[in-house]
Design a protein around this ligand. Structure first.
Ligand SMILES: Cc1cc2nc3c(=O)[nH]c(=O)nc-3n(C[C@H](O)[C@H](O)[C@H](O)COP(=O)(O)O)c2cc1C
Length: 206
């Protein structure tokens, strides 16, 4: 089974991280790291309370939510976790959503938390790293950090909605964005209908 690291940080849009997690555990082992700020924002935005006193307590809550044993939870402060080392093999890492603060930390190689360390390891091992940065508007520093990372081969996949799939609900929009993130790392899914082209003079043939 494939193995991925998934981190969630304190940007708005924690629902995207949860949606990606629910899909990823269907096909892979997932090592989940959440910043303390993401746990707080997750509770505010979705009502999900994944706080706990130990990694195991949080892991149990997450496993129950996603109905899967394929997720392993690590505290952002646990720099002894397996994902801290390049010798622990993974396919790659996703940060969804990615705050500007964590983006800056990764861009500088400032491996202060397990999230930044795991991203640093992913880069040094030449594995796939995808960040879903969320801020609005963005300043030049945010854009420079993203450009620097894109030039290192990092996939920058912000949670930007589209309308060509004719979303009927917020869930449809969330599924579309989660699906595009999974597309970017080559994971199969059926989260949205794909654009199949359109003949001149005809209505959309989605
Ligand atoms: C309700 C709320 C929403 C936030 N949304 C964003 C956001 O969309 N993008 C961002 O970069 N920071 C956002 N922040 C600020 C980050 O949470 C803050 O910079 C934090 O230090 C990020 O830490 P982390 O990356 O370790 O999770 C938000 C904060 C709050 C309280």
């Amino acid at each position: 089974m494939k193995r991925y690291v998934l981190a969630m940080t304190g940007a708005s849009g924690t629902v995207f991280g949860v949606r990606v997690l629910r899909e990823l555990v269907k096909v892979s082992e997932v090592h989940l790291i959440m910043s303390s700020q993401s746990l707080s924002i997750l509770r505010d935005e979705t009502g999900l309370d994944w706080t706990g006193n130990t990694e195991t307590e949080i892991q149990d809550k997450v496993r129950k939510h996603v109905s899967s044993e394929n997720v392993f939870y690590w505290s952002e402060h646990n720099l002894n976790a397996p994902v801290s080392s390049g010798s622990f093999r993974t396919e790659g890492m996703l940060v969804v959503p990615c705050s500007m603060k964590t983006l800056a930390g990764i861009a500088c190689g400032y491996a202060n938390t397990l999230i930044e360390r795991a991203a640093d390891v992913t880069l040094k091992e030449g594995r796939v790293l995808l960040l879903s940065p969320r801020e609005m508007p963005m300043n030049a520093m945010h854009l420079e950090n993203m450009l620097k990372l894109a030039r290192l081969g990092v996939k920058i996949a912000p949670p930007v909605p589209a309308f060509y799939h004719k979303p009927q609900s917020l869930d449809d929009m969330v599924d579309f964005i989660a699906g595009k993130i999974l597309d970017a790392i080559g994971i199969e899914h059926e989260l949205f209908r794909r654009w199949k082209g359109k003949h001149a003079g005809n209505e959309s043939s989605l």
